[in-house]
Design a protein around this ligand. Sequence first.
Ligand code: SUG
Length: 447
Amino acid sequence: MLKAFEANYDGLIGPTHNYGGLSEGNLASANNAGLISRPKEAALQGLAKMKLMHDSGLVQGVLPPQARPDLTQLRLMGFSGTDEEVLMNAWRANPKLVRNMSSASSMWAANAATISPSADCKDGRLHLTPANLSTMLHRSIESEQTERALRAAFSNEKFAVVHEALPLQSTYADEGAANHVRLCNEQGEQGIELFVYGRDALASESTTNFPARQTMQSCHIIATRHGLSGARTVFAKQAIRAIDAGAFHNDVVCVGAKRCLFYHEYAFEDTRATLANISKAAEGLFEPQFVEVSKDDVPIAHAIKAYLFNSMLVQLPGKERLTLIAPTETEDNEFTKAYCDKLVNGNGPIGDVMYVDVRQSMRNGGGPACLRLRVVLTEEERAAANQKMLIDGGVYGKLCDWVERHYRDELAPDDLGDPSLMRESYTALDELTQIMDLGGEFYPFQK
Ligand code: SUG
């Protein structure tokens, strides 16, 4: 067994961060639509979380923001002329469309891809499938740039396989690692992978009121492509009542790390079968630790509002038990705070809770766990990865300085129609390609 560790790649929050109210079924996005956003503060909050993880002894990576507004899409829709003319004409014709094409939503890196570590894959390489995010218009335009970013991070094919996203059709709706959990004894050992889906696209079944964004079909295809062992893979259906309560991804009601699965009693359609399948898949590898939170301790509405489960669950060096990196909203809520105190005072697998301020992202329904994509790497794989996409002292300082120089303090909803915001954003991203060593012509506007 090769020694491996879990790196977190966070999405760097882009200059057009705003509250567009674009995600049906995501209560925070709907409730905060039209608020004035603070892009500079948002990006610095994200970077501060990355720095905290790095300083706590974890390997921390960063994924670049995408080019927004997406002029390639607007041109496809028939708007023409100079970049400025395309934006202004589109804004005059259909501001809602421009809002969709301007979202900074790629910041939620948990939705960037599904990743299986080399220890789980038949060919012994790291496998990455960018998510097509086909359910929401503003997110369905992410996968191409995501694929490019993953290729920039993991370019050595000896170690990593970056697949194409699944076809952009609702049968294959896929939202990436937000619906995927890996459990293991040690990161470098064979683990088990849990895929959670909201619907079976080929069956007639009772449907949710809010969109179910992940299909069983896409889970199966990804497990097959990655070359996972059938015996070590579990597929589980997310509870309809969780989706309808606002858990648009499984990671709003469940998080797992190492041997521990931490989840709300309402997370799965059939909890008993899910747990039994996980235990069976882990047979001979490790004994899973299930930490179930009851509705009496934390009512589902509070779990979703305070984002208790959208925490990162990490093994910090020197700590015996796992640490939950929770949003400050969890500390502000009496149910979730009481539950976290209980965890710390108990003797279960989760022994510490740290609260981080990512409020700008949280107002769009993105907690600490949404902002990061987990990538288990061996030392060799890490050495082969793009070093400028890892947060060490140097890169962190450069990124903070870059944000300070280029980002606006505030963005009102109608600022998205402003061509100077587009120019500022592109200028910033153009410079970023050098800081992060992303190669020439990384963004479409650089071609
Ligand atoms: O897809 N919000 C994102 C939040 C994603 C959270 N990710 C995870 N749970 N892993 C979404 O709904 C809102 C954008 C807006 O309304 O402007 C948004 O896209």
